[in-house]
Design a binder for this molecule. Structure first.
Ligand code: UD1
Length: 430
């Protein structure tokens, strides 16, 4: 079990380069198997979630080759198995994108039912409703979802909730269906647009991605291409908020500032200076932070994946703040850990009431999930003294070389994998 040992108190400063978007990569890697030709995908973040999905893709018979650390070649010509193993889906829910990808390409797919996830109940009824609207028969039995379509035809889907996963899964299946599909109340996240652009680069005909109505004209086949994934909005946001929480000065490079607008707006509200360039944003702490209120919403609203990091910033601000979580009901599991550091946060239902404090202290804690784990790292960087964070494999699901990038900004952080190393690191840095 690996851990982070962090000594807080240093304002972060310098430049950090952001990698490819994990959530776009998961859709794109699944989509890549939909042609028999070779596809080269660049700017793939080398994180645990993408590695697991690539293993799942290999597991059904596709060829996968890392060309460089962040560049992968996939050939889906040799796929011989429509059944994605439970082992993969247990590790990452996004392997359910293979449901839509295989259904589109082979008119059938079978994927283990994703289990409960630790940020709340995550049903997939909208995915199933969409596949049925395309004429697929969808059965759930023995813990598996099986789709089969004698004839996969275009259809009209009105999503009851805005779902990133369902929108991507339906784009995948519909782009090789016969005829036209309309997806209404679709998600608008930048990674939806990226998956659509990638499918179009393979020969699909998808229009409207990025709006809430997506129109797809089915095509007969897709072909090989080379494609580079967009920068990760959440990785960028995490470094921006780390700069704010430590009263630092950080240039976050290789980003699309437009995708970060809801984050920049909140940072300005709490009193930071945010300067935008063509492909960078600079966040400058200005001493004390001001309180504000935040509600998570689908894009272009404030992302739920930045909610825990925002809580850390507000926990250190002057005055009372409120965070309302409207996407997932169980996303405040980090609050107990923050309170042990000296924060004053009370959760009632889907709202966290935060009373700002002027300092917090390092403690030993565990990462409850990916983004909450990142938030605890930010808190540890802002705290007095040394913290230990356990269960950092959650953080490694979505951040490539997190500790390396933070260290380049002046953070005192060590990754260790035994109690002995942890003790040594604590002695070294304290
Ligand atoms: C994706 C992201 C995740 C992010 C989330 C919201 C990936 C791999 N993960 O997750 O990081 O936090 O979007 O931006 O891209 N819902 C239903 N029925 C469904 C599907 C969803 O009721 O069939 C509900 C969910 O319970 C949730 C809301 O819709 O309340 C949004 O979920 P969704 O956008 O689907 O999240 P994911 O795609 O799982």
């Amino acid at each position: 079990m690996e851990q982070y040992i962090i000594k807080g108190g240093n304002p972060l400063s310098g430049e950090v380069s952001i990698g490819g978007a994990k959530n776009a990569a998961l859709g794109i890697l699944a989509a890549a198997i939909m042609t028999d030709e070779t596809v080269t995908i660049e700017n793939v973040p080398n994180v645990r979630d993408t590695r697991v999905l690539l293993q799942a893709i290999e597991g059904i018979g596709a060829k996968v080759k890392y060309v460089y650390n962040n560049s992968v070649q996939i050939n889906g010509g040799g796929i011989c198995d429509m059944n994605v193993d439970y082992d993969y889906i247990k590790k990452i829910r996004a392997s359910y994108y293979l449901l839509g990808a295989l259904l589109g390409k082979y008119r059938q797919s079978q994927v283990a039912l994703p289990g409960g996830c630790n940020i709340g109940s995550r049903p997939i009824d909208q995915h199933i409703k969409g596949f049925k609207a395309l004429g697929a028969d969808v059965q759930i039995s023995h813990g598996k979802i099986t789709t089969k379509a004698e004839k996969l035809s275009g259809g009209h889907v009105y999503f009851d909730v805005v779902s990133v996963g369902a929108t991507i899964n339906l784009m995948l299946a519909a782009c090789l269906a016969d005829g036209d599909t309309i997806l209404e109340n679709a998600a608008k996240e930048p990674h939806i647009v990226d998956v659509a652009n990638f499918l179009n680069a393979m020969g699909a005909n998808i229009k409207g991605a990025g709006t809430d109505v997506i129109r797809i004209k089915g095509v007969q086949r897709l072909h090989g291409t080379t494609y580079s994934i967009i920068p990760d909005q959440i990785e960028a946001g995490t470094f921006m908020f780390a700069a704010a929480a430590t009263n630092g000065d950080v240039v976050v490079k290789d980003v699309i500032p437009k995708h970060l607008e809801s984050l920049s707006a909140k940072l300005i509200e709490v009193g930071c200076e945010v300067v935008e360039g063509d492909d960078w944003v600079r966040v400058i702490g200005k001493g004390s932070l001001k309180s504000t209120n935040v509600k998570t919403l689908p894009y272009p609203g404030f992302p739920t994946d930045m909610q825990p990091q925002m809580a850390v910033v507000l926990a250190l601000a002057n005055g009372s703040s409120m965070i309302t979580e409207s996407i997932f009901e169980n996303r405040f599991k980090y609050v107990d850990e923050l309170n042990r550091m000296g924060c004053k946060i009370k959760v009632e239902g889907n709202t966290a009431y935060i009373e700002g404090v002027d300092h917090i202290t390092g403690v030993e804690m565990s990462a409850p999930d990916l983004r909450a784990g990142a938030a605890l790292v930010i808190a540890a960087l802002a705290a007095e003294g040394v913290s230990q964070i356990d269960d950092i494999e959650y953080i490694q699901r979505g951040y490539e070389d997190f500790e390396g990038k933070l260290a380049m900004l002046g953070a005192v952080i060590e990754r260790v994998d035994s109690e002995r190393e942890a003790q040594k690191a604590k002695l070294k840095i304290s």
